[in-house]
Design a protein around this ligand. Structure first.
Ligand SMILES: C[S@@+](CC[C@H](N)C(=O)[O-])C[C@H]1O[C@@H](n2cnc3c(N)ncnc32)[C@H](O)[C@@H]1O
Length: 291
């Protein structure tokens, strides 16, 4: 996996969040007030000025429009899971492959007693901290940065060094990451997700249907999307069969509490601006609970 590609993807999804945050009412489904802080002045103008938006939108093909819509929908869904974790009194939130995820800064209030662990490659965290220091003045104490390469480090050990408790009620988020992992790495990361924290813990993640990988998906854009990623030098490597997830979760002692395609989530939020978005149906967002 090329780090420059991954950095580029992290910036692209942040741009998609900024784009939807500044979309007109009726199309706006997410609200990431910090997304602009991670973008260049050119990208900021492209997302916020009417001239920038018109020019860019006119240049997009349907697949690109659909991917932007997907990031907006998943931001809304993951924000909801994050807020649920806070409401449920979780003690820790672990964000794996955090990129420019801003939930630890915009959704946590002074009264929440929570530690947010952000896990990502060291250089990504340095870029993020520099941008946040400029935007916020200082970095909040409840966020801890855990530099980890999933392929090279023991995730549990590095988290423990940063103060993570393996028995506290924990919410884990894996967003925009699973599809890029080689299958053996995905096994390790999902293995951590399944066992993270103590009773009452929760995990939320998105994934692609394995049918787009074996080319049996009938979803619009499926083949085009695989070609698009391969051309960018970052082919998708890992998917799950949506219909097998409940059984798989049960085998790990987990309850599958949500498992919907991006289109179903879009419909779930249709009254909040989702109706005009058209994300690819092969993306899914799921949540598991441990009782
Ligand atoms: C597409 S970005 C998504 C970022 C963020 N979760 C979001 O949705 O905005 C993928 C992130 O996963 C991180 N990542 C990918 N492979 C990784 C690895 N082997 N170890 C640690 N982080 C990794 C990248 O650095 C990047 O920040």
């Amino acid at each position: 996996m090329d780090h420059r590609n991954m950095d580029d993807f992290a910036t692209r999804v942040t741009f998609a969040r900024a784009w939807n945050t500044h979309a007109p009412e009726g199309e706006r489904i997410c609200n990431d007030s910090l997304a602009l802080a991670f973008l260049s002045p050119e990208h900021q103008a492209a997302a916020t000025t009417s001239q920038g938006r018109q020019t860019l939108e006119a240049s997009w093909n349907d697949l690109e429009r659909s991917l932007i819509a997907y990031v907006a929908v998943r931001t809304r869904v993951m924000d909801m899971f994050f807020a649920q974790a806070l409401g449920a009194g979780m003690e820790q939130i672990v964000i794996l492959g955090a990129g420019f995820d801003s939930r630890g800064y915009r959704l946590v209030s002074g009264t929440d007693r929570i530690t947010v662990f952000e896990v990502d490659q060291p250089h990504m965290q340095e870029n993020k901290k520099a941008a946040l220091s400029q935007a916020l003045g200082e970095l909040p104490e409840h966020v801890r940065y855990v530099p980890v390469d999933f392929a090279a480090h023991d995730l549990g050990r590095e988290l423990a060094k940063a103060g993570y408790s393996s028995t506290a009620a924990t919410a884990c988020i894996l967003e925009g990451v699973s599809f890029f992992l080689a299958p053996d790495l995905a096994d390790r990361v999902f293995g951590f997700l399944a066992r993270a924290g103590g009773a009452g813990s929760m995990a939320a993640f998105d994934y692609v249907s394995s049918r787009i990988l074996d080319k049996t998906s009938q979803e619009p854009f499926a083949d085009l999307f695989i070609q698009y990623l391969a051309a960018m030098g970052e082919p998708y490597r890992f998917g799950l069969a949506p219909e097998s997830l409940a059984t798989f979760a049960g085998e790990q002692g987990l309850t599958l509490s949500a498992n919907r395609s991006a289109l179903q989530w879009r419909d779930h939020y249709s009254e909040y601006g989702g109706a005009r978005l058209n994300p690819p149906g092969f993306f899914h967002i799921a949540q598991t609970l441990r009782t």
